[in-house]
Ligand binder design. Structure first.
Ligand SMILES: [Zn+2]
Length: 474
């Protein structure tokens, strides 16, 4: 069995406050952390000198629409309704299996490169079994830990059944829960399907022993009580993650807590696109510690550092409102350690992987990242948690390890031909734009360079959020 000894790192274990910021060694045997301590002896191990690195658990992104990778920047100046129209209305149906494969592969690699060792791909670009297989294969071909959040026939609304295809995947490619890539259901839920379809989909997921992740309460959708309506039918449990939750009512947050649900906050997208303020503080007040997610690289950055920054500063802005009346207050309600935990162990909990990852502990699998602490942008590192939550950035991620194996070393991803993938990705992108222009008709201005501003039409916020999925059988 391969043994690796990480020597003298500035270690943030997140396993209790005493584990943060000490100079420690970490011994890894196979994929498992075998020992953490000072001056560990292991003569037959590969030695990795970590004296110039902060060593911590890899990040967990609990919600990313990875298929959209080649549309990066498309929606960075757009409203939510424009994103719905442009990414979903214009482009989604033009994706073939090869396009979704490349989007997922390149997006998963991007996340890994910036230290996201586990990523839940909220895969709502699927329109056929071939698309599903291609999306899954994109994750499998990238050397990270992923959850494939299958979400076929995602529309505004769409009630098409998924039973046959999800069962096929569970019995075939995803028969085991032990691999690096596992299956979950990205539930279209009350916002995009009828309650009958929502209930059938959740019952199917439970019968197949799958977790459920569902969008609930962004912008106007919160008015329709998405969480409350699932609660009434007994569809919430500890295997449910609610994404966003900005505009759900306080009693719905209470239902999430009482049922043991997880939460996924996507602070950057939520603020930018007008979903409402991130629910971080409201969740914490109710007793739910959220995970964090990127959501879509069409609009925002793909790394966890800026996501943590945004979560922290958004909540502090809310907490500090009126603070001029309390100038002598000591400390902040939300700390640096909190957001680092949201980005690691809380993400692991949301993916039901906290028995394997999320902290550095003996017996857990070694998913770790190594951040350069000598870089002038973070030197001197007086407070390791402040460095991670406030100052750090993807350029510091020198090494990444997943299940005891290095997948990135000295700044370079291992075993990946990036030049070849870039070329294939750009070919796919050109085909997508060509198909979109061929269909454009009255909207021939489609481009990815920032000049295109789609009219929202059927995708306007009012049109979409007031559309009742009960009435549709699209
Ligand atoms: Zn989403």
């Amino acid at each position: 069995m391969k043994r690796t000894l990480v020597r003298n790192g500035l270690v943030v274990t997140l396993d209790g406050p005493s584990g943060d910021g000490q100079r420690l060694d970490i011994l890894i045997e196979g994929k498992t952390i075998a020992a953490i301590g000072k001056d560990i002896a292991a003569t037959d191990a590969e030695i990795v000198d970590a004296s110039s690195h902060l060593v911590m658990p890899g990040f967990v992104d609990t919600h990313r629409h990875t298929w959209q990778t080649m549309l990066r920047g498309l929606a960075s100046d757009w409203s939510l309704a424009q994103y719905a129209k442009g990414a979903h209305g214009t482009f989604k149906h033009l994706y073939g299996p090869a396009d979704i494969y490349l989007g997922n592969l390149l997006g998963r690699i991007e996340a890994l490169h910036s230290g996201i060792t586990t990523m839940l791909d909220w895969s709502h670009g699927i329109s056929s079994p071939e698309h599903a297989d291609a999306a899954a294969q994109g994750l499998i071909d990238a050397p990270g830990r992923s959850v494939f959040g299958y979400s076929a026939h995602f529309g505004f609304p769409n009630n098409a059944p998924i039973d046959e295809d999800l069962t096929r995947l569970r019995k075939g490619l995803f028969a085991s829960n032990d691999g690096l890539v596992t299956l979950a259901l990205g539930l279209r839920g009350p916002q995009y399907t009828s309650m009958e379809r929502t209930e059938a989909d959740v019952r199917l997921a439970r019968a197949l022993d799958l977790d459920v992740t569902v969008h609930g309460g962004s912008a106007g959708w919160g008015k329709n009580r998405p969480v409350g309506r699932m609660f009434e039918r007994g569809l919430l449990d500890e295997r449910t993650t609610v994404v966003h939750g900005n505009t759900i009512a306080d009693d719905e947050i209470g239902m999430m807590r009482d049922c043991g649900c997880s939460a996924s906050v996507s602070p950057y997208v939520e603020i930018q696109m007008g979903f409402g303020w991130p629910a971080t503080g409201r969740l914490l007040k109710a007793g739910i510690r959220p995970s964090l997610s990127i959501d879509t690289c069409t609009a925002v950055c793909g790394d966890m550092f800026r996501t943590m920054n945004t979560a922290l500063i958004a909540q502090r802005g809310l907490d500090n409102e009126g603070i001029e009346n309390a100038p002598d207050r000591v400390g902040m309600d939300l700390g640096c350690r909190d957001v680092v935990e949201f980005a690691t162990i809380e993400g692991a909990r949301a993916c039901r992987l906290d028995h394997k990852i999320g902290t550095l502990e003996v017996g857990k699998e070694a998913d770790m990242i190594f951040l350069d602490i000598e870089d002038p942008t973070v030197f001197p590192v007086n407070n390791p948690l402040a460095m991670v939550a406030v100052s750090a950035h993807p350029g510091l991620v020198d090494h990444v390890m997943v299940a005891g194996c290095f997948v990135k070393r000295d700044g370079k991803l291992l075993g990946i031909d990036l030049a070849d993938l870039r070329r294939k990705g750009l070919d796919s992108q050109a085909r997508l734009v060509e198909r979109a222009l061929a269909e454009a008709g009255a909207d021939p201005d489609i481009s990815l360079d920032g000049r295109w501003h789609p009219q929202t039409g059927d995708y306007s916020a009012a049109a979409v959020t007031n559309r009742n999925p009960h009435d549709k059988n699209a």
